[in-house]
Design a protein around this ligand. Structure first.
Ligand code: TYM
Length: 336
């Protein structure tokens, strides 16, 4: 809580091409819920370097991601949209929280295990301590709610544990954050293997809808989406492919599962898949147009970056002053 307002914090990595999963699981919810809160939406570039990055590419992608937040409908005059690397307090609190996190807790994280398996030649310490930096992001702003997809649940639980552990030693320093899962789209699955989450890093480009895919590509990918031989548009465990398509359709149109099942009753998968493709095009096309428009307005984006850096510094510094004092770091002397 700051200024009597509850705080929302969330972030995304600018690595790889953002997918429909990132949009429906996170970004879209941010836009839907941001109104009555003090909000911080961060481009988490410090997290990105836990995997090797090409510097020019990382810089470009980070800028694109920040622009995309705005294109999606987050007004940067009201929402604090900024780069993690512009606010050194993230790294400082990250280090402090490292000293309150047990290695065993970090080694249990499924994302760490997955990434370590994928990047066996570069299992760096940052990959392991990634979740304490993520906790720092959240706790720095005293966030009450963290809107993310279901894959971040374990990380959020650790953030809560760290907040409680720290508060137990030093008194009430941090707000204990809650995960905020959207009603729909919490876990969008791969179009080629509905048992697997849709992911930026999937090697098969047909498995994911990228936010910048053109309409024909989107339609084609849905046409090729893996379904089953049952032949009914029903939301059930036996039909994970169809269930995923229903989730996507309902997220994009605002319709309920029942409405969707009724709409496509007795119709083949072809008709349904086409409708899902159109619904997604209907959501992504305006987002892409707005993104292109905004990208061309360099001055506006630059101004928003500077303005929001200051805002993020201001609020994070409030927490850091408290933390440094509690921990016992010496104050900077003030000369008379
Ligand atoms: P990242 O960049 O992997 O993903 C960004 C957001 O997208 C959600 N998401 C999905 N939701 C539904 N279905 C999917 N298939 C899907 N794929 C991704 C993620 O849950 C996430 O909300 N560790 C975070 C970034 C981070 C962060 C934070 C988030 C760093 N610090 C503090 C919240 C608060 C990550 O790598 O997200």
């Amino acid at each position: 809580m700051f200024d009597d307002k509850k705080v929302i914090f969330s972030g995304m990595q600018a690595t790889g091409n953002l997918t429909l999963g990132n949009y429906l699981g996170a970004l879209k919810n941010w836009v839907d819920i941001c109104e009555d809160y003090l909000t911080f939406f961060c481009v988490v570039d410090l997290h990105s370097i836990t995997v090797r990055q090409d510097p020019a590419e990382l810089r470009r992608r980070s800028r694109d991601l920040l622009t995309l937040y705005i294109a999606a409908g987050l007004d940067p005059e009201k929402n604090c949209i900024y780069y993690q690397s512009h606010v050194p307090n993230h790294a400082e609190l990250g280090w402090i929280l490292d000293c309150f996190t047990y290695v065993g807790e970090l080694e249990r994280m499924t994302q760490y295990k997955d990434k370590a398996a994928k990047h066996a030649d570069n299992i760096n310490a940052g990959l392991l301590t990634y979740p304490s930096l993520m906790a720092a992001d959240i706790l720095l702003y005293q966030a009450e709610y963290v809107p993310v997809g279901a894959d971040q649940k374990q990380h959020l639980e650790l953030a809560r544990t760290l907040a409680e552990r720290f508060n137990n030693v030093y008194g009430d320093v941090f707000t204990v954050p809650d995960i905020w899962l959207g009603k729909r789209g919490r876990k969008i699955m791969s179009l080629q293997d509905p048992e697997k989450k849709m992911s930026k890093s999937d090697e098969n480009p047909n498995a994911s809808i990228y936010l910048m895919d053109d309409p024909d590509t989107i339609r084609r990918k849905f046409k090729r989406a893996v379904t089953d031989s049952i032949g009914a548009v029903k939301y059930c465990d036996e039909q994970p492919g169809i269930r995923n398509l229903i989730d996507i359709y309902c997220s994009c149109t605002g319709k309920s599962t029942e409405e969707c099942e009724k709409e496509f009753e007795g119709q083949g998968y072809g008709v349904f898949k086409e409708a899902v493709g159109e619904a997604v095009v209907g959501v992504l096309k305006p987002l892409q147009d707005r993104f292109r428009e905004l990208s061309a307005d360099k001055d506006y984006i630059d101004r928003m970056i500077l303005q929001n850096d200051e805002k993020a510094m201001y609020y994070s510094e409030k927490t850091m002053r408290k933390v440094r004092k509690k921990i016992g770091f010496p104050e900077r002397p003030r000369l008379k």
